[in-house]
Design a protein around this ligand. Structure first.
Ligand code: C5P
Ligand code: MG
Length: 154
C-alpha cells in the first residue's frame, strides 16, 4: 500500500503512467514491484522486502524498485528455485491502467527473465470504498509460484 501524492510520478513495475498524481514512498514507491518482490521472497520463505531493503537505509532512497525485484530473484535462485509464474493485481481508483498492461508485463518479464505468458497483471478499482476507493492510496497484491530446481543441502 502506498499513499497517493501530487507532484511525483506514478510508476508501476518500472513503467511511468500518465497521471496527475503519483505515490509516496522512500524508494520510487512502485507499489506493484514491491508486492511482487514480497511474493518472490515469500514463496521461498526468505522474509520480506523490509528485511532485505529497509526504508531506513539511505541506499534505497529514491531507488528504482526494479532493483528489488532483481535482487529478490537472485536470492531465490541462489536458494535453488526458479519462478514458474507471476500473477498480480493493482487496486487503484484511477487512472485507467488497461492501456499500460502490455508495457507493464513486458517490463516485469524483462526484469525477471520470464516469458510474457508467465507474467500477469490485473487491475481493479476499490468501487469507491475505503482509502483506495476514496483516492487516497493504491494497493498491489501478487502471487508467485516457484519450482525447486536444486535439492536443498541438508
Ligand atoms: O474495479 P472494476 O471491476 O470496476 O474494474 C473494471 C475493469 O477496469 C477491470 O477489470 C480492469 O480491466 C479495468 N481497470 C483499469 N484501471 C483501473 C481499474 C480498473 O483499467 N485503475
Ligand atoms: Mg468490478
Amino acid at each position: 500500500m502506498h499513499r497517493i501524492r501530487t507532484g511525483v510520478p506514478l510508476i508501476l513495475a518500472g513503467v511511468t503512467i500518465p497521471s496527475d498524481f503519483g505515490l509516496e514512498g522512500h524508494s520510487d514507491a512502485d507499489v506493484l514491484a514491491h508486492a511482487i518482490t514480497d511474493a518472490i521472497l515469500g514463496a521461498a520463505a526468505l522474509g520480506d522486502i523490509g528485511m532485505h531493503f529497509p526504508d531506513t537505509d539511505s541506499r534505497w532512497k529514491g531507488a528504482d524498485s526494479l532493483t528489488f525485484l532483481r535482487q529478490a530473484h537472485d536470492l531465490v535462485r541462489a536458494a535453488g528455485y526458479e519462478i514458474v509464474n507471476v500473477d498480480s493485481t493493482v487496486i487503484l481508483e484511477r487512472p485507467k491502467l488497461n492501456d499500460y498492461r502490455l508495457a507493464i508485463r513486458e517490463s516485469l518479464a524483462a526484469t525477471l527473465s520470464l516469458a510474457l505468458d508467465q507474467t500477469s497483471v490485473k487491475f481493479k478499482t476499490a468501487e469507491k470504498v475505503g482509502p483506495v476507493g476514496e483516492g487516497r492510496s493504491a494497493e498491489a497484491q501478487a502471487m508467485v509460484t516457484l519450482v525447486r530446481t536444486l535439492q536443498p543441502a541438508v
